[in-house]
Design a protein around this ligand. Structure first.
Ligand code: SAM
Length: 231
């Protein structure tokens, strides 16, 4: 990854402020709330979140909430991305599938923690913008594709970790099938849009999946063949 923030600091005093905001976000929103994995905290210190939001929202990039990114979609709250990253227990050699690229911020974070990130987004314009942004910022371990991520990417499976950034009615069978034995899957799930629970699945063996409920969350809907229908 290019050292975007530190390289630009000397040239632009505004970016120095972003560095301060980023550090404060790591301390107050992540570390203080129980994000302990030092690799996750280091990843959040190194990714310039202000460059993943629309230009007019840069000053709000380090707020403790999701922000709109266009097309009715959002960049997730920093804490939620950090929690998901910590729950995935990523290792340097892992191959990761992310469903729901959005602006590409979470993919950038995961790419600091793993070998390869395959991120799939159903909206072509968001996918293209994320691809260009990630390339320009030097996150060259992320591959972005367009498609229905509820079906996974069977030709690239198995994945050591799968993360879904939108909420579906249940864990898609295709994603369970594409998770390596020993792999971790994290996804918001709920019978209705208002009763979502963050869920972690660990594949214990070919046919055994251990499921944990990690509490209430709010995500945009996962729209797809093994998810909600498009309305
Ligand atoms: N990963 C993002 C980030 O970095 O903050 C947040 C993603 S946003 C909350 C959820 C994304 O999931 C949206 O861009 C939406 O278009 C996408 N999405 C919804 N259903 C999908 C599907 N079946 N396949 C791929 N992407 C999907």
């Amino acid at each position: 990854m290019k050292q975007v923030a530190s390289k630009s600091k000397k040239q632009n005093p505004a970016l120095e402020n972003y560095g301060t905001m980023r550090e404060r976000m790591v301390e107050r929103q992540l570390a203080a709330r129980g994000i302990r994995d030092p690799r996750v905290l280091a990843a959040f210190r190194s990714v310039p979140r202000e460059l993943f939001v629309p230009e007019g929202l840069r000053a709000s990039a380090y707020q403790d909430n999701p922000l709109p990114i266009g097309e009715g979609q959002t960049i997730s709250q920093p804490y939620i991305v950090a929690l998901m990253a910590q729950l995935l227990e990523l290792r340097d050699q892992d191959r990761v599938l992310e469903v729901g690229t959005g602006c590409g911020f979470a993919a950038a974070i995961f790419s600091c923690l793993a070998r390869e990130v395959y991120s799939i987004e159903r909206r072509p314009d968001l996918a293209e913008a994320a691809r260009v942004r990630l390339r320009n910022l030097g996150f060259d371990r992320v591959r972005v594709s367009v498609g229905d991520g509820s079906l996974g990417i069977s030709e690239l499976a198995p994945f050591d970790a799968i993360v879904v950034a939108a909420s579906g009615p249940e864990i898609p069978a295709a994603l369970k099938a594409q998770l390596a034995v020993g792999g971790r899957l994290v996804m918001p799930m709920g019978a209705t849009h208002r009763s979502q629970r963050l869920t972690r699945v660990q594949r214990a063996s070919e046919h055994e999946f251990d499921v944990e409920d990690l509490g209430a969350v709010t995500f945009v809907p996962l729209i797809g063949r093994q998810a909600w229908a498009d309305s």
